[in-house]
Design a protein around this ligand. Structure first.
Ligand code: SAM
Length: 219
């Protein structure tokens, strides 16, 4: 399988064809080798139009969802970005192409270690990745110009709003355990937030102090 050709086809048919037109996001997705972020047995499916299992009941996000969430942040290159739910590290690698520094949190240590290894292989040197409960954000590194949350919560955790820079943008799925709405929130002033609904989506639950409790991982 020629992964460069598969990647180009993925970008043309799943991303550009569905309306993502941010050239920087398109270039990043043409560049990041998605197959390296899944088990070798799944390499043949790595550029297909869907999410894939990465172990621990978690998934690597659908390529279109990665593109849509990333382009909703309107990154220009100099931002400090907080990512919650590194998972495989694929979305992290895309962000690392587009912003100055990425602060990423993953609650499952085996996934975080594997993501770190692949990110190092891809020379993503501008990523700080830590293991922990991302529902409380990363206070020591705040404020952030952008926050991307790759797991669904019942509502936006208040710490994210506090840790977002004025003028900054947050993108995350909000709603029920099984289906959510992808929303974008822009902090327009100290106490003012502008919220917009982008599309329906289905993410695994955001588990922690300001998210779901861990019982919802079962069944
Ligand atoms: N975007 C990732 C990728 O491309 O591989 C996929 C993320 S996966 C859909 C969601 C991730 O969020 C899972 O790895 C899960 O362990 C993680 N997660 C859930 N709750 C979390 C929390 N409170 N803090 C950090 N990570 C969390």
């Amino acid at each position: 399988m020629d992964f460069t050709i598969a990647r180009r086809r993925m970008v043309e048919t799943q991303i550009v064809a569905r309306g993502v037109d941010d050239q920087r996001v398109i270039d990043a997705m043409l560049k990041v080798p998605r197959h390296l972020f899944v088990d070798e047995a799944l390499w043949g499916h790595a550029y297909a139009d869907g999410s894939l299992p990465i172990g621990e009941k978690q998934t690597i996000s659908q390529p279109f969802m990665v593109a849509a969430m990333t382009s909703a942040l309107h990154l220009k290159g100099d931002e400090r970005v907080l990512e919650i739910g590194a998972g495989s590290g694929y979305q992290t690698a895309v962000l690392a192409q587009l912003a100055r520094r990425i602060y990423s949190i993953e609650r499952i240590s085996s996934l975080a270690s594997r993501a770190r290894r692949i990110l190092d292989k891809c020379r993503a040197t501008n990523v700080n990745l830590k293991i922990g409960d991302g529902t409380i954000g990363w206070k020591e590194q705040a404020p952030f110009d952008a926050i991307l949350v790759a797991a669904g919560a019942p509502e936006v955790p208040r710490d994210y709003l506090e840790q977002l820079e004025i003028g900054g943008t947050l993108v995350m799925p909000v709603g029920g355990r099984d289906s959510q709405e992808l929303i974008r929130v822009v902090r327009t002033a100290e106490d003012d937030f502008d919220e917009q609904r982008l599309m329906s989506c289905r993410f695994v639950p955001l588990i922690g102090e300001q998210g779901w409790n861990s019982d919802c991982e079962e069944g």
